[in-house]
Design a protein around this ligand. Structure first.
Ligand SMILES: Cc1cc2nc3c(=O)[nH]c(=O)nc-3n(C[C@H](O)[C@H](O)[C@H](O)COP(=O)(O)OP(=O)(O)OC[C@H]3O[C@@H](n4cnc5c(N)ncnc54)[C@H](O)[C@@H]3O)c2cc1C
Length: 323
């Protein structure tokens, strides 16, 4: 039998322009990108991650390697990432800032992709770019290519057959969690905790009746705020004490205490591949890395949930830029 080898990479750089800018709330701005090539952007939904390539002052994208080379040096070993190695080899002044985001919505028919940016005001190039974006501004999105003919990677939502779902995230994970919720089966059950800066950042979302959604605004009315992640940690502790039973733990006695991670120097990214093993609970947690690390220690070491049932993702690190 003949098998065909895909001739296209599974991820491609797409040159796009800003079509619309919508202020969703004080902390979220939605940018709708358009570009004729986006008709090929694979509509995976869920927590599909993408890379945004930001323009360099003066030279824009003149030095960004958009053509696919023959090398296989990327983080996945897939030639989809051949541009990655070329980008890394560029001198600092020619290397465009690269940041990781979520494809909040994909409309191939209209050749559009929405990205919801957190306006964090901490000087990062991506947040600053989004704040000042106007119609017609150019950017490059590296995202899944339907012509690749294979799973493109970049999705970490793997609940398997687990019947109880726990989704936990701060504002940077709101786009991913809302996209996941839109794709859950109608009879799904579970709980969602979303920490956002302000009560006015609570966004409308669709979710099955059996999934409870709790928004946790960080700033109180007097504008005092606890550290990032503290409301999530308290909420998960409370939920776990009330709802987690032995049947949620996975394989008894199989738990391994997670090794320590120095989130100042390493990315906290621990995701089970494929379906969750055993157990009736699947948890997906993303947000500020120190908070996710605390939740990882709590759920795995204290509660005893099998690590194969939980995705822990440090989406950003307080005080550190992405690269
Ligand atoms: C898989 C994945 C998906 C993501 N999806 C989204 C998404 O859809 N929307 C989104 O807004 N973010 C998302 N993020 C998080 C985003 O990549 C980071 O917030 C990133 O650091 C923003 O880049 P920047 O250029 O604005 O700031 P950077 O240059 O990376 O950082 C500059 C400074 O800003 C601080 N900072 C960065 N982000 C925040 C924040 N949210 N709040 C407060 N301070 C911050 C840093 O600690 C640093 O001190 C995602 C991350 C990952 C890994």
């Amino acid at each position: 039998m003949l098998t065909s080898t895909p001739t296209r990479p599974t991820q491609s750089p797409y040159r796009v322009t800003v079509r619309r800018v919508s202020r969703l709330s004080p902390s979220f701005v939605r940018i709708t990108f358009g570009g004729s090539e986006l008709v090929h952007f694979l509509d995976t939904g869920l927590d599909q991650r993408i890379k945004l390539v930001l323009p360099l002052p003066g030279s824009g994208f003149d030095h960004f390697p958009t053509e696919h080379g023959p090398t296989e040096h990327g983080p996945t070993g897939d030639d989809a990432w051949s541009w990655w190695q070329l980008w890394r080899e560029l001198p600092d002044h020619r290397r465009n800032p690269l940041r990781t985001y979520t494809a909040r919505a994909i409309r191939r028919d209209e050749a559009e992709v929405d990205v919801d940016f957190v306006s964090h005001g901490d000087g990062g190039p991506a947040s600053a770019w989004a704040e000042s974006a106007v119609i017609g501004d150019e950017i490059i999105i590296v995202g899944p290519d339907a012509r690749g003919g294979q799973a493109p990677g970049g999705i970490e939502w793997h609940p398997g057959t687990a019947r109880t779902l726990l989704l936990v995230g701060d504002e940077t994970a709101v786009p991913a969690i809302t996209a996941i919720l839109e794709q859950l089966a109608e009879d799904a059950t579970g709980c969602v905790f979303l920490e956002v800066p302000h009560a006015s950042d609570i966004l409308p979302l669709l979710h099955p009746d059996g999934v409870d959604v709790h928004w946790l605004p960080r700033h109180a009315s007097d504008d005092s705020a606890p550290p990032y992640g503290e409301p999530l940690i308290a909420a998960v502790r409370d939920w776990t004490s009330r709802f987690v039973t032995a049947q949620h733990h996975g394989r008894p006695g199989d738990q391994v205490t997670p090794g320590d991670i120095d989130v100042d120097h390493e990315i906290l990214w621990e995701v089970p591949e494929g379906s969750a093993a055993g157990g009736d609970l699947y948890a997906w947690l993303a947000g500020e890395a120190s908070a996710i690390k605390t939740l990882r220690r709590f759920l795995v070491s204290e509660v005893g949930i099998d690590r194969s049932q939980v995705a822990f993702m440090g989406y950003w690190r307080h005080g550190k830029s992405e690269n």
